[in-house]
Design a protein around this ligand. Structure first.
Ligand SMILES: [Ca+2]
Length: 459
């Protein structure tokens, strides 16, 4: 069964799991908003997209001088759950110290280190400066540093106020943020730059991280650049209003290796002018081995952009916008544009997702190599563009009779996309993908019954 968003958000705060370590070269903190993002202009507005892309690339080149992950850019076929992102079911670690004011929080953050657990008493913390975590604030794989709400999710708000973001990872490794509601900030809630690595954002809520009126900037509650092995889970990301600019994402990463984004709910990521921008999850510019699974994404412009219009050669040392990785068991509904768009990606898997009621065809664009697109319930027929069909192995996808046909589901209108008992065209009609898809959106093992089901839910 598909868990409701409320259930997914009520899970208790967990501790950081042990995850592996590396040390990529550094890059400077970019200008506000980084200028590092292609505008999410849609396929059906090609003229606009072409007009915007060159300027965007130019701005990226102006900001970034370090190509970063070149030593770590091998093409990977690994699409399984990585062993280095361990289950997150451990009890919360005991507090090393507890703070109750923003000043105390900002000071205590600079005492983080291996095994230190900085707890926040219930309340609202309005920051006078962003919390910047450099290499000296690192934990270790076995003893991560943790910043968490002492009394659990919903008790603590960290307000980035007029700062660029609330939390800036500028070198720290093995740090976890847990149970925090993060808001305010001009551009981001959490920004991650190299040589940071191995960061966890868990059981958080990140909302309205845009105080500014700088409509030319890029905004995203979570923003990464060349930072490896980040886990974002059980986190709610949303906006209460549309952004005045046209470059906004929920989670956005350029040249990021081995992120896992799972069990999150992301919604309402949209520009004020409809039909222009707003992507719930975007990984591009040579990102690789991203695992995007069991997320519920809705009411944005685009659900998932797997690849994009970035700068892969400059930032990852190879030409593909996305390499490897898997998008599985996600539910994506009621976005203005595509549920999933795949752009200049190789060796990826788009498997067992459910799309419903989105406003444009799911598509594969620009270039593709060795993509597998299987067992998905699609609201519209998969749209192969720019000659990508020959490079995509598409099979066992089920296209709804109309984009808002709810016949397969228990309650599409209320966001319940569990398969209905009579969903005979989906139940047991998938192909066996045991090496790529071990479970469903509820983490229930596949297959059940006579075989794999199609879509995110295994009934
Ligand atoms: Ca089955």
């Amino acid at each position: 069964m598909l868990r409701s968003p409320a259930h997914s958000l009520s899970l208790s705060v967990m501790t950081l799991a042990a995850i592996a370590c590396s040390n990529p070269p550094s890059a400077a903190d970019g200008a506000p908003g980084d200028g590092a993002d292609a505008v999410d202009v849609r396929a059906d507005t090609i003229l606009r997209e072409d007009a915007i892309e060159p300027a965007d690339v130019a701005s990226m080149d102006a900001v970034v001088t370090d190509t970063g992950v070149s030593a770590d850019t091998g093409v990977s076929m690994d699409t399984g759950i990585r062993a280095d992102v361990a289950p997150s079911d451990a009890p919360a670690a005991a507090c090393s110290e507890t703070v109750s004011t923003a000043a105390e929080l900002q000071a205590a953050a600079q005492r983080l280190g291996p095994g230190r657990v900085l707890c926040l008493a219930p309340g609202r913390y309005v920051l006078t400066a962003r919390i910047s975590l450099g290499a000296g604030r690192s934990g270790t794989a076995m003893a991560p540093a943790v910043i968490r709400a002492r009394d659990g999710r919903g008790t603590v708000t960290v307000d980035g106020a007029n700062n660029e973001e609330a939390f800036f990872f500028s070198g720290a490794t093995f740090v976890a943020l847990e149970g925090l509601l993060i808001t305010g900030g001009q551009y981001h809630g959490v920004k991650l730059d190299p040589p940071s690595a191995d960061i966890v954002v868990r059981d958080c809520e990140i909302t309205d991280t845009f105080n500014g009126t700088d409509a030319s900037s890029q905004l995203s509650p979570i923003k990464g650049f060349q930072v490896p092995r980040v886990l974002v889970e059980r986190t709610r990301i949303r906006f209460s209003r549309r952004w005045i600019g046209n470059n906004i994402q929920g989670i956005d990463c350029n040249a990021c290796p081995s992120w896992t984004v799972r069990d999150n709910e992301i919604s309402d990521v949209r520009a004020m002018v409809g039909g222009t921008s707003g992507t719930a999850i975007q990984f591009k510019s040579g990102s690789r081995d991203t695992v995007i699974e069991r997320n519920v994404l809705h009411d944005s412009f685009i659900g998932i952009s797997f690849g994009g219009f970035g700068n892969p050669m400059g930032w990852s040392g190879q030409p593909w916008e996305h390499v490897g990785g898997v998008v599985r068991n996600n539910v994506i509904y009621r976005c203005e544009d595509a549920g999933i768009t795949v752009l200049y990606a190789r060796d990826g898997r788009i498997v067992n997702n459910t799309l419903w009621g989105n406003g444009f065809t799911p598509d594969v664009r620009r270039m593709a190599m060795n993509l597998r697109y299987q067992n998905n319930i699609l609201d519209r027929a998969l749209n192969f563009r720019d000659g990508t069909m020959a490079a995509v192995m598409a099979a066992n996808n089920l296209v709804l009779r109309s984009p808002t046909d709810g016949a397969l589901f228990l309650g599409a209108m209320r966001g319940d996309f569990h398969l209905a008992p009579g969903a005979s065209t989906a139940i047991d009609r998938g192909m066996s993908l045991a090496s790529d898809v071990m479970d469903d959106i509820d983490r229930e093992a596949r297959p059940r019954g006579a075989g794999f089901d199609i879509g995110a839910d295994e009934r």
